[in-house]
Ligand binder design. Structure first.
Ligand SMILES: *[C@@H]1O[C@H](CO)[C@@H](O)[C@H](O)[C@H]1NC(C)=O
Ligand SMILES: *[C@@H]1O[C@H](CO)[C@@H](O)[C@H](O)[C@H]1NC(C)=O
Ligand SMILES: *[C@@H]1O[C@H](CO)[C@@H](O)[C@H](O)[C@H]1NC(C)=O
Length: 373
């Protein structure tokens, strides 16, 4: 046994030497794809991972959740934003005076980035899903807790260290100018490692209009090292970009460096949803779910009403029968004093004794059961 453990530990150390040699080697598919992340980054196998599917029939409405308050988002300042391709996504650094309020602590902005799919088939690309449905892309605006932690590297390892706003993106007919402020420069950072300075713009226009309806839960970074330090806010309202804007996002960037011989297109950079594992997803509102009852509840309702109807029918049948019996006795007694045929008499006696028998049996059963209780 000891031998096995030493070998395992040794191979693990070897692997980690490999991975520290090229820290950004992880990918979404391939040799160090999602199933392998856990080998190199153990936290990716934790119990509080992100993204998750938000099942609106299971969310808990918390009326104390106030609207999200973006701070300084619409005062971008004169200095340009830096947009970069890090091989995993397109990322934009954010000025420290921007932040988000309405959360348990104050959080300062760090960066924003996107996740998307490949444009084939149904809309996939978002990391979070609502009632099992993905959208074409998702924007994450990352903040860290400046009230409790000294810097980002410290905060990203700790509980409540980060707060990320998640915005689900779908396609529509119109061009979204705010998202255009980013997408227009993708052609300048096609390869991993490239950076470009872009004119600053009003970040608030990247958010949906309604900031009072959202889901909140404790989760993790959705990329290695998957630290479980994120307080997530997923807006219920989705934002729309045009089909051609989405196509640009899906096709312009490479995950490979300019000097690499075979360029690899940067697509499908979204992580699969992770198990909720007893976590509660709070909602700031009462979600209108199409499916009000679950299949089990519907079955219970149908069976319940069926038994109800049968019960009612039986009661009515007994009442009707009793009325008929008594009235026919009345008629028989008053009009027909003539003796009844013997057969019928005998039958009636038999029924009586039968009844007595059963009631006696029940009584004995009752007494048998009594000592047990
Ligand atoms: C972050 O803060 C911690 C604790 O104060 C410190 O040890 C560390 O050097 C800081 N890291 C950076 C990158 O500033
Ligand atoms: C957000 O939605 C809620 C509920 O539908 C509504 O009361 C509120 O006015 C909306 N807010 C905005 C800014 O649209
Ligand atoms: C997140 O975890 C903290 C404890 O660290 C807890 O106080 C808080 O209620 C949790 N938030 C949600 C939305 O579950």
């Amino acid at each position: 046994m000891d031998h096995i453990w030493t070998t395992l530990a040794f191979s693990f150390v070897l692997k980690c030497v490999e991975c520290s040699g090229s820290a950004t080697k992880w990918t979404y598919t391939g040799a160090v794809g999602q199933p392998e992340w856990i080998e190199f980054f153990p936290e990716c196998g934790g119990f509080n991972q992100s993204p998750v599917n938000v099942d609106t029939s299971q969310t808990l409405h918390d009326p104390t959740l106030i609207p999200v308050q973006p701070m300084g988002y619409n005062q971008p300042g004169r200095r340009p934003f830096i947009l970069s391709n890090n091989g995993h996504t397109v990322q934009m650094t954010l000025p420290h005076w921007m932040g988000v309020g309405g959360l348990p602590s104050h959080y300062s902005a760090v960066q924003l980035h996107l996740h998307w799919g490949n444009g084939v088939g149904i809309a996939t690309g978002s990391e979070h899903t609502i009632n099992g449905q993905s959208t074409s892309a998702e924007l994450h605006i990352v903040h860290y807790n400046t009230e409790v932690y000294a810097n980002l590297s410290e905060a990203m390892m700790q509980k409540n260290g980060l707060a990320v706003l998640g915005i689900l993106i779908e396609t529509g007919e119109e061009v979204n100018q705010a998202y255009g402020s980013i997408f227009n420069y993708l052609g300048r950072i096609r390869y991993a490692g490239q950076k470009v300075a872009i004119p600053s713009f009003d970040l608030q226009s990247l958010l949906p209009e309604n900031l009072s309806q959202y889901f909140r839960y404790n989760g993790s970074l959705t990329t290695p090292p998957c630290h479980e330090s994120v307080l997530w806010t997923i807006f219920n309202e989705r934002v729309k970009i045009s089909h051609s804007q989405l196509l640009k996002l899906e096709t312009v960037l490479y995950s490979s460096k300019a000097e690499e011989e075979e360029p690899t297109i940067l697509q499908d950079n979204y992580r699969a949803t992770q198990p909720l594992n007893h976590r509660t997803v709070l909602s700031s509102f009462i979600p209108v779910s199409v499916q009000i009852y679950t299949a089990g509840e519907i079955a219970a309702i149908v069976i319940g009403s069926l038994f109800g109807c049968i019960g009612l029918a039986v009661i009515i049948w007994f009442i009707v029968k009793t009325i008929r019996l008594t009235s026919s006795w009345d008629v028989l007694q008053s009009i027909q004093p003539a003796p009844q045929p013997r057969m019928q008499d005998a039958n009636e006696h038999k029924q009586d004794t039968d009844l007595k028998m059963t009631s006696n049996q029940e009584k004995t059963k009752d007494t048998e059961h009594q000592p047990e209780t």
